[in-house]
Design a protein around this ligand. Structure first.
Ligand SMILES: Nc1ncnc2c1ncn2[C@@H]1O[C@H](CCC(=O)c2cccc(C(=O)O)c2)[C@@H](O)[C@H]1O
Ligand SMILES: [Zn+2]
Length: 353
């Protein structure tokens, strides 16, 4: 973690505990994870790009006026990924950044439609992510799995293409575990995506749409009812609907909470107004995630520090948060047990005088 990311209101020893804590990341975007180092490597290959490579200029470039502005900037980074070798580099280097934070398991949200529509061959794209996944697991020990998401604003054509790539046995990659829906929510009603989620679920994939990030709780209800969501990406506006909070708690639907993201995209005004505490109080399974970490000037460790402050957690509370993510993941049971044991051993050792 760089110093820029150290929340001074969290004690240093808690930062150190978080830095070494084995973790699972359930909500992080592939392209949105391109660090300045990765952006510079890609921009060197494609010098006509408008994305700045100097870290200071990049930090400015990654300051957003609203959600629509964020998506515009996001798509300019998507434009940097033009070849299967770019895809492989991005994926492998993202795994390196996760491994450095002791992330043992990550579900990476990938938008294959954005790459295939830009002319990358679908088979070569799948080979690139799978090759990087296997190489990363061998080199770093970090297990990667994929969530393919529909960029909803790109229309039903993108839904059809994403569903095809996720369900056709000849193309779908081995590491694919779930199906999602991202991008702006305003003007992009969730129910229209039901047939595509039905196909993905029938093919054995888990349903993990974004909902309630930039619109109200009704979008979360829609994601539950029409898309059969098993976890909700963000779900921030659920806090405005007590019945929904009770439903999420009762049905054990975890929220993928990304606190700093919500401030950076201006979905929430200030970090102290973030509803994470209401979620925890309502008995909802809260998981902590980073979304698009370099774009939001954060990383997963910093998100745990933010959560520690907002939820007033000590080491045991942080270990429980990390175990929430492991339990809510789509890893197999032996894999989950292995990481949960590692979290317990690490925490017990840390707390032993
Ligand atoms: N916080 C976030 N909340 C929601 N989504 C987020 C977040 N962070 C990252 N994303 C990603 O942004 C993509 C958006 C891409 C998109 O809208 C679009 C529209 C039209 C054309 C094209 C194209 O590619 O040509 C793409 C989503 O698919 C999602 O994976
Ligand atoms: Zn997201």
């Amino acid at each position: 973690m760089t110093d820029r990311l150290v929340d001074a209101r969290v004690p240093r020893d808690l930062h150190a505990f978080i830095a070494g804590l084995p973790k699972a990341e359930l909500h992080v975007h592939h392209v949105g994870s391109a660090s300045p180092r990765i952006v510079a490597a890609l921009a060197a290959r494609h010098p006509d790009s408008k994305v700045p490579t100097d870290p200071e200029a990049l930090a400015d470039y990654f300051t957003f006026t609203d959600f629509a502005h964020f998506i515009d900037v996001y798509l300019s980074v998507v434009d940097l990924i033009r070849t299967p070798e770019d895809v492989r580099l991005l994926t492998f280097e993202v795994a390196r950044d996760l491994a450095r934070q002791q992330v043992r398991y990550a579900e990476l949200t990938i938008t294959p439609f954005s790459s295939t529509r830009r002319g990358i061959d679908e088979g070569a794209f799948m080979d690139a992510i799978e090759d990087a996944r296997k190489a990363a697991e061998a080199e770093f020990g970090t297990v990667l799995r994929w969530c393919f998401d529909i960029p909803g604003e790109a229309g039903l054509e993108s839904a059809e293409e994403t569903a095809r790539l996720a369900t056709d046995d000849r193309v779908r990659p081995e590491g694919l575990v779930s199906f999602g829906l991202g991008g702006p929510e305003i003007g992009v009603p969730r129910p229209q995506f039901k047939p595509y989620f039905d196909r993905a679920i029938a093919a054995g994939l888990h349903s993990v749409p974004h909902a309630g990030e930039t619109t109200g709780p009704e979008t979360v209800w829609d994601a539950l009812t029409h898309l059969r969501a098993e976890r909700i990406g963000h779900g921030t506006s659920s806090a405005r609907d007590p019945k929904l909070l009770a439903h999420l708690a009762e049905h054990r639907i975890p929220l993928e909470v990304c606190p700093t993201s919500n401030i950076a995209t201006r979905a929430v005004r200030t970090i102290d107004e973030h509803p994470i505490k209401e979620f925890a109080k309502a008995g909802i399974i809260v998981t902590i995630n980073s979304d698009d970490p370099p774009m939001f000037g954060t990383d997963l460790n910093n998100e745990y520090a933010v959560a520690a402050r907002l939820l007033d957690l000590d080491e045991r509370g942080l270990a429980d948060l990390a175990k929430n993510a492991v339990a809510a993941s789509f890893l197999d049971e032996p894999g989950k047990a292995r990481i949960a044991d590692e979290i317990d051993t690490y925490t017990a050792d840390w707390l032993t005088p």
